[in-house]
Write a protein that binds this ligand. Structure first.
Ligand code: PMP
Length: 392
């Protein structure tokens, strides 16, 4: 059972790229090196591609394999970004670019879970994470946390965490701001989780996919910025949310260098590396984020407010993220839950079913308020209202 600071058996003897051993010496050779080690091509694709000539010329290797940890240029920029916005990182050895946050989480779990090991998952939780744990051979315990209107105080949280602990527990997953509830944990709650992890030698997986997307009040600090957290925490970020570029399928993992290396060993044997052209494209986006970030947050806040204005049921406003999550049991009027979901689809609006976010949420719905322009959002909510309020 590889509790912190140990890794899974599967990555014990698994290296990263086979070229890693002499990569430094190769880099020292610069352009002098005749590159015959990797199966790549010196040619650029010569069929039509919607890349402007300027992009092709400034990135002559845009079609080649990047370093398996990500391009040095993007990792340098991300190093600066994480240091400025999130927590202190020593260098680019603490960063690995991945194929979306999804893959960063998968590689991280491959690196720390042996078959049968357990992860504590506060719920409701992003549905794919349950499967990511299972795919790495693990199991999980659900800890209902984010749906409770009244915030759990630190003593209650500490007791709840202890009640989920078994001799197979190796990690706790912390997704704040949370998908689907839109809630963020307070600094005191985060610190309680860190103390628990320290006490029980656990890894922490901090999923900060909604990094910076908080609409009311102050954003809580990144978990890994708090005392005692960094060395046991693997933090996952993505370009899918604030950067609004889900289709580029890029994200990144940060943490202690050895843990990042072990996750990279898993990544190399799954996908070798994240894609190159997207990493080049995003350099400018990371560089300029201070200029555009407030505009995006404002736009998402407006979307959230518009959603609240037209939401047909009385719910608390989500403080951050992309979603509202609420119980519709009072609106079923004797109908079957899945029939109500079908009625929504037939009526022209599509929710996500709550049961996928944890076993306690079989009568809940998740709605994304950033996915459609305002008029369409309003139309969807009117349609939802017709199903929930009028149907019986
Ligand atoms: N974590 C959470 C909480 C998410 O909501 C998502 C995307 N919905 C991800 C991770 C993964 O995002 P991606 O693979 O697009 O980077």
């Amino acid at each position: 059972m590889p509790r912190f600071p140990h890794f899974s058996n599967r990555v014990q003897d698994l290296g990263g790229s086979i070229f890693e051993r002499y990569e430094k010496s190769m880099r020292a050779q610069g352009d002098n090196l005749v590159r015959m080690h990797i199966g790549d091509t010196y040619r650029q694709p010569d069929y039509p591609l919607a890349f402007e000539e300027q992009f092709r010329q400034s990135h002559p290797n845009f079609n080649c394999y990047p370093n398996t940890f990500g391009t040095t240029a993007l990792r340098r920029l991300l190093h600066e970004k994480v240091n400025e916005d999130n927590f202190e990182l020593k260098g680019i050895e603490n960063i690995m670019v991945s194929s979306g946050g999804t893959h960063a989480l998968s590689a991280a779990m491959m690196a720390i879970l042996n078959p049968g090991d357990e992860v504590i998952i506060p719920t409701p939780a992003w549905p794919l994470y349950f499967g990511i744990v299972k795919l790495a051979g693990g199991t999980y315990r659900e800890l209902p946390l984010f749906a409770d209107e009244s915030e759990m105080n630190t003593a209650e949280l500490s007791a709840a965490l202890e009640s989920c602990l078994t001799e197979r527990t190796v990690a706790i997953y912390v997704n704040s701001p949370n998908n689907p509830s839109g809630r963020q944990l307070t600094e005191a709650q985060l610190q309680t989780i860190i103390h628990f992890a320290e006490r029980r030698n656990l890894w922490i997986i901090a999923d900060e996919a909604y990094d910076g997307l908080v609409y009311d009040g102050e954003a809580s600090p990144s978990l890994a910025s708090l005392p005692g957290a960094f060395e046991r925490t693997l933090t996952v970020f993505t370009f899918s949310k604030l950067f609004m570029f889900a289709g580029i399928r890029l994200g990144y993992l940060t943490g202690p260098a050895e843990a990042v290396r072990k996750a990279n060993a898993a990544l190399v044997h799954q996908i070798y590396s994240a894609q190159m052209p997207g990493q080049l494209l995003l350099e400018e986006a990371v560089k300029t984020r201070r200029e555009w970030k407030p505009r995006v947050i404002d736009a998402f806040r407006h979307a959230r407010d518009h959603f609240m204005l037209h939401c047909p049921v009385d719910i608390a406003a989500p403080a951050g993220g992309y979603f509202a999550f609420f119980d519709i049991k009072d609106y079923l009027n004797g109908r079957d839950y899945w029939d109500v979901i079908e009625a929504c689809i037939d009526g022209g609006v599509s929710p996500a079913a709550g049961i996928n976010f944890g076993s306690d949420f079989g009568t809940w719905l998740r709605l994304c308020f950033t996915g459609e322009p305002h008029e369409r959002l309003q139309l969807g909510l009117e349609r939802l209202g017709r199903v929930l309020l009028n149907g019986a």
